[in-house]
Design a binder for this molecule. Sequence first.
Ligand code: UTP
Length: 284
Amino acid sequence: MKAVIPAAGLGSRFLPATKAIPKEMLPVIDRPVIQYIVEEALACGADEVVIVNSREKTAIPRHFEPSPSLVEELRARGKNSYADAVEQAGELPVTFVYQDAPLGLGHAVHCAAQETAEDPFLVMLGDVIVPGGSMCTRMREVSEAHGNASVIAVMPVSYDEVSRFGIVGGTDMGSGVLKITEMVEKPALEDAPSNLAIFGRYLLSPKVMELLENTKPGAGGEVQLTDALVALLAEEDVYALVVDPTEGFDTGTIATWLSANIQLAMRDEKMAAQLRPVLEKLLA
Ligand code: UTP
């Protein structure tokens, strides 16, 4: 199965930090956000990882290139663990396609149409971290149990936040799975079918690429993936897997990126030991 990582957006909510550094290259603890996502794709069994990039964001391909001279220099200085980390990043199997203008998430996904051909494929947003591969593995299991249907990860959000997300409604199938009957992008509270928000991990049937071809720009003048998924609902069954909010981290805004760094640091024994006294002092 292929994994598509859209990473060609403007990152405007992070400016000026993202003027020269892509949002997907901002570090969370010790590595850029996008490296977590490539590692997650491989951990859940993707056999190819396609990054949809912009021509301006050259730091992304550079990060995944081998750097033999840096590795050699680090080894000569006895810094072997850093050398290993650099080597590992340069060996991750990624390929690139390019989105010439940031015309929306749906448009970005469609840029990988040739790469995804006939089989279901994963879409993993380039600014959402899900450590480990278990979420997408569970999505694959749900898809396989329902004839390779599309499966979207959703998570509960508070009702006063529904208008910031794509929201799904559906029939409870048990075990945290819903058969989706409704999907609305950024609904007003009174129009929201539930508080289950689309989270940034999609396992999609190849039909989506066909539908994206005819999807007109929607909210914000951008080609929205959610609009193509609404069209998909009319033709195929689509399921939602309800995931726990602690399973993933949005890093797309300054506040969520800071929060992701703190939460992931606190899960690491050594980091937590350094950070805890600082946080305790601040909160006292
Ligand atoms: P976002 O909407 O969070 O990213 O898209 P953005 O557009 O870069 O952010 P702002 O709104 O300007 O701050 C989620 C993911 O989809 C990619 C982004 O790079 C991000 O990783 N994306 C978005 C594309 O690849 N192309 C697009 O046209 C839009």
